[in-house]
Write a protein that binds this ligand. Structure first.
Ligand code: CP
Ligand code: NVA
Length: 296
């Protein structure tokens, strides 16, 4: 079992299910006594913007009795050329765990190799495993086990979508990815549980959960015009939601969202949307993850 959490499948399904169960305990009892992480420190090193990940980890540590420190690249020596491996070695001497958000997955792997404390992927080009923990908990709370269900991913094959591919294999659900051919590389996933289509209607038909993400992820801004043009037919609309299982699929989005682009306001602000529960669950699931990595 990995000492880091860089990919969702670094942990097996039993461990992930246990963490989801622990997340529910933290939801019931947000500030356990005695505080389990008293005296522990988390470093958060982010080279990209964040609202949810950053604040959820900060609050999680505070509510469990620990503390955290946030490092933006312009406030550290990283921007002045200190090797990422050296930063990992030094931070490991000061803190008990590190969350790294960086566009380069390769940099994340190098950082984790050099670190001697647990490293958490706070989002990289290859995935967003912390987001998936929250999404899986949210589905379970609203609908029960996801195994055997159908999830429709509509739009860009983003970092979050890549973690959904891992989740489909772990929890054994069907993942239908609707995306334009220009943004689609079938070699990305050949698992029979993952179905690729150009047609968002085909993906949504009978689905139990519809998920999307921004059309222009951080770092891809130079490709924004092309992406908006290619993805224009992939907005999640009430018409698309009406094709889902008994017309009542849940809608999720990792946020931040762009109403009128990847999702219409009627859907994200509508009654099937669980985006606020999903965002809140970042806090509870990150507590379970921190407890597991720091105390196990
Ligand atoms: N969903 C998510 O990770 O949001 P932030 O970019 O605000 O952290
Ligand atoms: N795919 C988005 C996720 C943000 C949480 C991005 O990388 O910008």
């Amino acid at each position: 079992m990995s000492r880091h959490f860089l990919h969702l499948d670094d942990f097996d399904r039993a461990t992930l299910d246990h963490l989801l169960q622990r997340s529910l305990s933290f939801k019931d009892n947000p500030r356990p006594s005695p505080p389990p992480l008293a005296g522990r420190t988390l470093a958060m090193l982010f080279t990209q913007h964040s609202t949810r990940t950053r604040v959820a980890f900060f609050s999680a540590m505070a509510q469990l009795g620990g503390s955290s420190i946030f490092l933006a690249p312009e406030h550290s020596q990283l921007d002045r050329g200190e090797p990422i491996e050296d930063t990992a070695c030094v931070l490991s001497r000061f803190v008990d765990a590190i969350v790294l958000r960086t566009s380069s997955h390769e940099a994340l792997l190098r950082f984790a190799d050099a670190a001697t404390v647990p490293v958490i992927n706070g989002l990289s080009a290859a995935g967003h495993p912390c987001q998936l923990m929250a999404d899986m908990l949210t589905f379970r709370e609203h609908r029960g086990p996801i195994t055997g269900c159908t999830v429709a991913w509509i739009g860009d094959v983003s970092n979050v979508c890549r973690s959904y591919m891992e989740a489909a294999r772990l929890w054994d659900f069907e993942l239908r990815i609707a995306t334009p051919e220009e943004l689609w590389n079938p070699a990305q996933a050949t698992d029979p549980r993952i179905i690729w289509t150009k047609d968002p209607r085909q993906a949504a038909t009978g689905a139990h959960l519809v998920v999307t993400d921004v059309w222009v992820s951080m770092g891809l801004e130079q490709d924004a015009l092309r992406r908006r043009r290619l993805l224009a037919p992939y907005q999640v609309t009430p018409e698309l939601m009406a094709l889902t299982h008994e017309q009542e699929a849940l809608f999720m989005h990792c946020l931040p969202a762009h109403r009128g682009e990847e999702v219409s306001a009627a859907v994200i602000d509508g009654k099937r949307s669980v985006v606020w529960d999903e965002a809140e669950n970042r806090l509870h699931t990150q507590k379970a993850l921190l407890e597991h990595l720091l105390l196990a």
